[in-house]
Design a protein around this ligand. Structure first.
Ligand code: BEZ
Ligand code: FE
Length: 287
């Protein structure tokens, strides 16, 4: 008979989970057991706290669906998502850094031409984001696809708006022969992460700001280069120093410069004043 004590339970459980058939699974699960037990010992977890945590996890699962990933949100606000991104994307300091994907990317965005408008008449200040996609040697990358998405001026992404049957504030733009790209959209605003679920319940018990600074998301999956998931943030935006998901990096903060009506970055004319953000993405070749 296996005699279980407070002192030997951790070793017994780790040994049991160490029998996982795949060596990596065994490594991960035994470490998980050790850290969970160490955590419970450190905080002297009470039974009321333990059941509270189980109920919180249950609610987190219950509120999640294909459009709402509350567990990922929990990982984001705990800093785990960003830690995993940083450990797995130790890029050259000259390359554009990676940040969190977030829960609002949707596959299959429409392909738009240079300077075409992905905001499709939604209210907001016109914004052009443009520049070049290059490699570490400064060589332009032609045909690189930039998958772009953002929230509207109320802070809502397409998946948060009911009854949408067309792509909303998301599109794919390919670079031209000289590596240049031009996105036409509307200036984003800072927004709150969803606060009506278990993550919001926890955050409300703290002094944590639940906002993200104004940003546009980019995903570049270019053959021969490390895939890049990142954002560009508006310089001077509120919440840059307190991003609730730890996604900000100095290298990704870009000036959004106000321009009068007239020549626009796509080579045409803008009938109304607009905002211009210039950014060159630097891709790291695959190892
Ligand atoms: C976002 O930027 O879309 C986002 C990222 C993490 C959590 C919530 C939102
Ligand atoms: Fe976002």
């Amino acid at each position: 008979m296996q005699l279980v004590t407070e002192d030997n339970i951790t070793e017994l459980a780790a040994a049991r989970w160490g029998t996982a058939h795949d060596p990596r699974t065994a490594e991960v699960l035994t470490a998980l057991v050790r850290h969970l037990h160490a955590f419970a010992r450190e905080v002297r977890l009470t039974e009321a706290e333990w059941i509270g945590a189980m109920q919180w996890l249950t609610r987190t699962g219950q509120i999640s669906d294909e459009k709402r990933e509350e567990f990922i949100l929990a990982s984001d606000v705990l800093g785990l998502s960003m830690l995993v991104v940083q450990m797995n994307h130790r890029l050259d300091p000259a390359a554009t850094p990676a940040t969190v994907l977030g829960p609002f990317h949707i596959d299959g965005s429409p392909e738009l031409g240079f300077g075409a408008d992905m905001s499709d008449g939604l209210p907001g200040v016109p914004l052009y984001v443009h520049g070049t996609v290059k490699d570490l040697d400064g060589k332009p990358v032609a045909g690189a696809v930039l998958d772009v998405w953002q929230a509207d001026t109320d802070g809502l992404y397409e998946s948060q708006v009911p009854d949408i049957d067309e792509a909303r504030l998301r599109a794919k733009y390919a670079t031209r022969e000289d590596g240049t790209y031009c996105v036409r959209t509307i200036a984003p605003r800072g927004y709150s992460i969803p606060m009506d679920g278990p993550v919001g319940d926890l955050i409300r018990q703290t002094d944590i700001s639940h906002f993200r600074p104004a940003h546009v998301h980019f995903l570049l999956n270019v053959p021969g280069y490390e895939p890049l998931i990142t954002h560009l943030f508006q310089e001077g935006a509120q919440y840059l120093d307190s991003d609730v998901v730890f996604g900000t990096k100095q290298e990704l903060v870009v000036a959004f410069e106000e321009r009068p009506a007239g020549p626009a970055p796509d080579g045409g004319e803008s009938a109304v004043p607009f905002v211009e953000a210039r950014y060159d993405f630097v891709l790291q070749p695959k190892a």
